[in-house]
Ligand binder design. Structure first.
Ligand code: FAD
Length: 497
């Protein structure tokens, strides 16, 4: 409520925010979480909370009047459609050179993501977070994060027989015939539930095309893990459809936080001011970076250091499809939850997930999301003329990612006598190089903050999300975001409270 005093205010309810809220509450601190997206706890008129990827409706996109599907063409035809403007679940946020997809709602990215829960290889960790003690991460915080998130791996015997992973088995065959290591990718989806979906004994979710706009069943999003535990402490309150717009120093070492309440059409219906002893920025890489860059440039937090806004990367994301021969069908039933990948990181700088094309029909296509060692880093800056934050990323900066992904797929194509699909991202366009699912950086650990996420110029202000990670995690990022948050909040609770 307007004028309230809170001990700890957490901006955002994704991985970093959920970890902070749970651990602070367990330490006896009252927490108020502010989330600009919806609560996603109430069914619509169709009885479902989330809409299907194949039938995007008002629930699908964050304040857009037309869908912006990551895979925007099929057989050369654009597939986007008009929708009512609504505070939907997936934000396709457009900057000059890249569209950044993000989850909006209580649970952040966990509401929309594929649930792939990958711990980086130990030998790659030094490049991911150079100032962090790897021994501690791999002995304490990665195991803690994996347990808290409910990570599991597919039963290999079931994998070998189920129709819904025919596409992954084709991916395995092609990877292995070209000499690439094929690996199973852990996930937070409930694998037993998926088996029951395949057996027809429960309501289908992963096997019914649900993913990008939420899963009504099966996925252990943060709503079911960290956030459920946090609210069960009785010390955590969550305000959905509330957006933080300002944080400024107040008397007594506290902070004044300005919050706008939103209607589902995006209009601001009220502006509230609260006072907080501590503020945790957990608005995601883009959300936290935008806030900090604006607050520094407009004089609200002028002493933030010059690293704020820097070190942003796209985790090297690039997508492509391959056209298979008619004797290599990938299946009309495809689980939306990827379970496998092709690892050519050491030799070629690419880790490619074998991704579904859950169209419901046979496409004879193999589809991949590659994570690559793209070295390019962009910066967020305040644009006083527009009153917005810009990002300096350029589309051409994806070329290293394309080259790295080609180390896998050129070889497979030549071995199999196959070609790239050219109908998935436009007309005669092979590479999905216009987007990322994995924004990282903008308030890099040990640069914009100290080595535990403290914004040291302002005691009591912390960053605790993907903006701490300098642009790449070598694999899908949320396990690393969660583990780093576990490490940092433990230290903050022990020394700052
Ligand atoms: P987020 O999870 O983004 O949470 C930030 C929250 O803050 C959001 O809920 C946002 O609405 C809120 N917020 C922002 N600004 C404000 C404000 N001013 N006031 C109030 N609230 C605010 N990663 C994986 O590891 N595996 C995957 O399989 C995977 N698949 C993905 C698929 C898709 C389609 C997408 C979009 C992402 C995927 N990711 C995946 C990435 C992963 O979801 C993100 O890396 C992760 O969610 C980032 O966590 P975070 O805590 O930094 O922020």
């Amino acid at each position: 409520a307007d004028g309230a005093q809170v001990a700890a205010l957490v901006i955002g309810t994704g991985y970093g925010g959920a970890v902070a809220a749970l651990r602070l509450a367990q330490a006896g601190v009252n927490v108020h979480m502010i989330e600009m997206g919806m609560a996603w706890d109430t069914p619509g008129s169709d009885g479902k909370i989330f809409c299907n990827t194949r039938e995007p409706d008002y629930r699908s996109y964050w304040l857009r009047t037309r869908t912006k599907a990551p895979l925007n063409y099929f057989l050369g035809f654009p597939i986007d459609r008009d929708i009512p403007r609504y505070t939907g679940i997936l934000d396709a946020e457009e900057f000059g050179g890249i569209t950044v997809y993000q989850g909006r709602g209580v649970g952040g990215g966990s509401l929309v993501n594929g649930g792939m829960a990958v711990t980086p290889k130990r030998e790659n960790f030094g490049a991911v977070l150079p100032s962090v003690n790897a021994d501690e991460m791999y002995s304490v915080y990665y195991p803690r994060a994996n347990a808290g998130l409910g990570v599991g791996t597919i039963d290999p015997a079931w994998f070998d027989t189920t129709a819904c992973y025919q596409y992954s088995r084709v991916g395995r065959k092609h990877a292995q015939r070209s000499g690439f290591p094929f690996v199973f990718v852990p996930d937070v989806y409930d694998w037993d539930y998926m088996k029951q979906e395949a057996a027809g004994t429960v309501t289908k979710s992963a096997l019914a095309g649900e993913i990008l706009y939420g899963n009504n069943h099966g996925k252990k999003s943060l709503q079911r893990t960290y956030l459920a535990q946090a609210t069960a402490t009785g010390r955590v309150a969550v305000s959905a459809l509330h957006r933080v717009t300002s944080v400024t120093p107040a008397a007594g070492g506290r902070y004044t936080v300005v919050i706008e309440q939103l209607a589902t059409n995006g209009d601001t219906t009220a502006t509230k001011t609260v006072t907080a002893e501590r503020v945790f920025f957990a608005a995601g890489s883009v959300g936290t970076s935008k806030l900090l860059v604006k607050l520094k440039a407009t004089g609200a937090l002028p002493a933030l250091n010059g690293e704020v806004g820097k070190g942003w990367g796209d985790n090297g994301n690039v997508m492509c499809g391959r056209a298979n021969h008619l004797w290599d069908p990938t299946g009309s039933l495809q689980s939306t939850i990827p379970c496998s990948g092709i690892d050519n990181w050491a030799a070629g700088g690419a880790f490619a997930e074998v991704a579904p094309l859950p169209t419901g029909i046979e496409t004879f296509a193999s589809f991949y999301l590659s994570i690559t060692r793209n070295p390019n880093r962009a910066q967020f800056t305040w644009n006083a003329a527009t009153g917005k934050v810009d990002l300096s990323w350029q589309t051409a900066w994806k070329q290293p990612s394309i080259d790295m992904a080609k180390t896998i797929f050129d070889k497979i194509n030549s071995k199999e006598g196959t070609i790239y699909r050219t109908d998935l991202f436009g007309i005669y366009k092979i590479w999905g190089d216009h987007l990322t699912y994995h924004p990282l950086g903008g308030a890099v650990l040990n640069k914009a903050t100290d080595n535990y996420g403290r914004l040291t110029a302002y005691p009591g202000l912390y960053v605790i999300d993907g903006s701490l990670i300098p642009g790449n995690t070598t694999v899908n990022p949320f396990v690393t975001i969660t583990a780093l948050a576990e490490r940092n909040i433990e230290r903050i609770i022990a020394t700052d409270l």
